[in-house]
Ligand binder design. Structure first.
Ligand SMILES: [Ca+2]
Ligand SMILES: [Ca+2]
Ligand SMILES: [Ca+2]
Ligand SMILES: [Ca+2]
Length: 207
């Protein structure tokens, strides 16, 4: 079947309108990077919660977490002993379990980033090497949730407690969309898209 000229014009206007809307929503994706407090004794018996409170409200589209753990006495850290989870509202994501029986890369610090889009998961061979890892459970569980509110980083030592593991720093970072009222510029683009559709309809009627 041949596509008539008017149908082509209309389709073209639709694509143009859609492209404008996409450009508007991409421009609306805002990076965030929020630091939490340091915490001593994250390997204390009974577990330790560390909380940061995010102020900006908006819909999360990607969330990653980075933390730096160190033994300030210069001794070896023992992340193989503990699980670490990130909790927000009713959602808990396990970043790593206390599943390692070996400690293949002994060190006195570990700078870890957990990111669904990282190249690989943590393994015995890369245990506690600084770098980015795919978490045990997907951080995308937080996508579409509100960034605002408490974020709890939970450590739970299932091995030998009190080995001087300390949280030096941590942060959540990624992108979210503000839920604030759309800016006039966004509305203007949306209006242009609709104008394009209207013009296409008028063109169709004229032919
Ligand atoms: Ca993601
Ligand atoms: Ca990510
Ligand atoms: Ca321990
Ligand atoms: Ca130690």
């Amino acid at each position: 079947m041949m596509i008539g000229k008017s149908a082509k014009t209309r389709f073209g206007a639709f694509i143009a309108g859609g492209a404008m809307l996409c450009a508007a929503s991409a421009a609306n994706a805002i990076p965030f990077d929020i630091a939490g407090p340091a915490q001593t004794g994250i390997d204390d018996a009974g577990g330790v919660d560390v909380t940061l409170t995010a102020l900006p409200a908006g819909v999360i589209t990607d969330l990653n977490i980075q933390f730096l753990v160190e033994d300030p006495t210069g001794g070896t850290i023992h992340p193989e002993d503990w699980s670490v989870s990130l909790i927000h509202g009713a959602t808990t994501v396990v970043l790593k379990s206390a599943s390692f029986t070996t400690h293949d890369v002994p060190n006195n610090s570990w700078d870890a980033t957990y990111d669904d889009e990282a190249a690989a998961a943590l393994a015995d061979a890369t245990s506690f090497v600084d770098g980015s890892y795919i978490p045990e459970q997907a951080l995308s569980a937080f996508d579409t949730q509100n960034l605002a509110g408490d974020w709890v980083l939970r450590f739970n030592d299932a091995g030998s407690p009190n080995e001087d593991d300390e949280l030096i720093s941590w942060r959540i970072f990624g992108e979210f969309r503000s839920t604030a009222v759309p800016e006039p510029g966004t509305l203007a683009l949306f209006g242009l898209g609709l104008l394009g559709l209207g013009a296409a309809r008028r063109l169709k009627r004229a032919t």
